[in-house]
Design a protein around this ligand. Structure first.
Ligand SMILES: Nc1ncnc2c1ncn2[C@@H]1O[C@H](COP(=O)(O)OP(=O)(O)OP(=O)(O)O)[C@@H](O)[C@H]1O
Length: 287
């Protein structure tokens, strides 16, 4: 699908949802598209003895692309790690695809890309091996059938790494590592993609490939939760932004229009070049 087709598809999806954000559209289709895939209710979590999430609500509906924004240390990574069960919640509820997290077992429906580490985690492995590991949850007893091999190959192609399949992941740049981690998540053909800062420390060429990959996923109906520092090149894809501050949700609504931290709602910002003589512009949420 071309970038333009993907955008048009995305526009149609957005328009279909706009009037029916409660998931009870009249034509039935909205009802299906709008069901919550991630539902987080009043969740609190501690790391060490420190309260990191202080009662957050977060809903991501089928087909939505939601950006989780906020300053360093506001709790974004912790929030997504509670959603996938890596950080226990102290109180509140989380549901995935309508199932309480403690009973949820369909992990092949979820693709998670952690905040950037090395793809191999110090283990010698090839690109193909790392990406194949993402497909294991879809196999029976770890046996790869033709469909599994095709899915791995497709994931490698999507991120432009098919020609590096046999290379050691140790030989990759940071951006290429990130593309491999994303291919690993895509290999299971997940319905829900959760990515923690996918663009952080990634070179421009890889950023463009990642944006294109994500566009393709969105166009095919994937539900996406992205932790981002700024919207950047992904801005056109984002339906909704949720901003955290000190472990609380301080904004849940339309994404900011402009690009970068300047645009985030309530960004506490002083313009040194403001010649109007007025006081500094402080809008507040992010710092
Ligand atoms: N293992 C840990 N033990 C104690 N505190 C932690 C631990 N991991 C993170 N924290 C603290 O929890 C808070 C939230 O961290 P988290 O990584 O969720 O924030 P973030 O919004 O994702 O930040 P960043 O944008 O820097 O990744 C921070 O103050 C961090 O220092």
């Amino acid at each position: 699908m071309s970038g333009r087709d993907a955008r048009e598809h995305k526009d149609r999806r957005s328009h279909g949802r706009d009037g029916h954000r409660d998931g009870h559209g009249q034509d039935g289709r909205d009802g299906i598209m709008g069901e919550p895939v991630i539902a987080v209710h009043e969740v609190t979590a501690e790391l060490g003895a420190r309260p990191v999430l202080r009662g957050i609500d977060l809903t991501v509906r089928r087909g939505e692309v939601v950006a989780l924004l906020g300053a360093n240390g506001s709790g974004k990574s912790t929030a997504v790690r509670t959603v996938i069960g890596q950080v226990p919640v102290s109180s509140g509820r989380i549901e995935l695809f309508g199932t309480p997290l403690r009973r949820f077992r369909s992990w092949s429906r979820v693709g998670y890309v952690p905040q950037r580490t090395t793809a191999a985690g110090g283990v010698p492995a090839t690109v193909a091996e790392v990406v194949s590991s993402g497909r294991l949850s879809r196999t029976r007893f770890g046996l790869f059938r033709r469909a599994d091999r095709l899915a791995v190959h497709r994931a490698l192609e999507l991120v432009g790494m098919a020609d590096r399949a046999k290379d050691s992941v140790d030989a990759l740049s940071g951006g290429q590592h990130q593309r491999v981690l994303i291919a690993r998540a895509l290999a299971a053909e997940p319905e829900l993609l959760i990515m923690d800062e996918p663009m952080a420390g990634v070179d421009l060429a890889s950023q463009e490939i990642l944006a294109r990959t994500l566009r393709e996923q969105v166009a095919t109906g994937a539900t996406v939760l992205l932790v981002l520092h700024e919207l950047g090149p992904l801005e056109p894809l984002i339906d909704r932004a949720v901003v955290l501050r000190d472990g609380c949700v301080v904004h849940d609504g339309p994404p900011p229009q402009a690009v970068g931290q300047h645009a985030l709602p309530g960004h506490d910002h002083v313009h040194p070049h403001d010649s109007s003589g007025a006081g500094p512009i402080r809008t507040g949420l992010l710092s």
